[in-house]
Design a protein around this ligand. Sequence first.
Ligand code: NAD
Length: 313
Amino acid sequence: ELPAIAFIGLGNMGGPMAHNLAAAGYRVIGFDLVPEALEKARAAGVEIASSGAEAVRSAASASQSLVITMLPAGRHVVGALKGSDGSDGRDPVEGLLAAAAPNTLFMDCSTIAVEDSVAVRELTTAAGHRVLDAPVSGGTVGAEAGTLAMMVGGAAEDVAEAMPVLEVVGKRIVHCGPAGNGLAAKVCNNMILGASMIAVSEAFVLGEKLGLSNEALFDVASNATGQCWALTTNCPVPGPVPTSPANRDFKPGFAGALMAKDLGLAKSAIEATGIEGRMGLLAEEIYARFAEGEGGTKDFSGIIELIREQSTP
Ligand code: NAD
């Protein structure tokens, strides 16, 4: 019998993930704070609960259950797990941890700070449950197609238990080590991505100034040592890669605001560990500026426009 899944957070990513799980035959009981997200999920075959805790309790009535959270940031995840007693003046909210059957497996797929994931791990284990971090990459397109790359941290037997579920929502699933390591991998990967997109964009703007055609630079670099995803898949100039966002006025794709968020997490991790991370910190600064303006809603490869703008004409 398939485990029942409580799915908390049915937004741009969680919505299609929950949909794919329901389509694969899982009983999925979902909850979100936004009524439209609930309606969409219901139409996609997800049972709707009246609260997160209710979704968890309903899933716990099956012989096996799993709780997935897919929320914006660390404070949302911690808040949903703990709940609140109303002393903050708002309506009390029952926490997910208290509603779960003993030893329930919790899997957080949100992209949160490494230090928040430590808090999630401590809270969850202190409540007598098990925990995995499984942040994803691949955007809403990957979420809809069920082809997300998943970076998983946790005990091997818990990862094995979640594997059939991971295989429905994802394609490349890597067990990165103990809990927290999934997020560590995600943060490191996106730091490479942010810094390499800036480097590729600067190279195209420099090439243009030096009289080099974009096509010529692409033909050389894509077959030489400058080769990377930012160049060959998400090329920031139109032409060489017809499917890249540069060909459609930088419609995302992977929005600048999300890149700025992920680099903010990289910055916290650089500062917490004290590594020499000047490239990562600079990428964070550049994307933070980009995301303040129109860049927030554009694909992150639109950074090339900011670089052009700030170059001497
Ligand atoms: P989103 O804002 O579309 O969805 C988050 C949902 O969580 C919202 O619908 C919100 O109402 C709901 N929510 C917030 N607090 C809640 C609570 N206490 N209980 C129930 N629901 C609650 O965000 P998203 O794009 O789906 O992203 C989710 C996570 O995945 C983020 O951490 C993001 O960084 C990460 N991520 C996003 C992408 C992407 O391309 N969108 C790609 C990779 C990773």
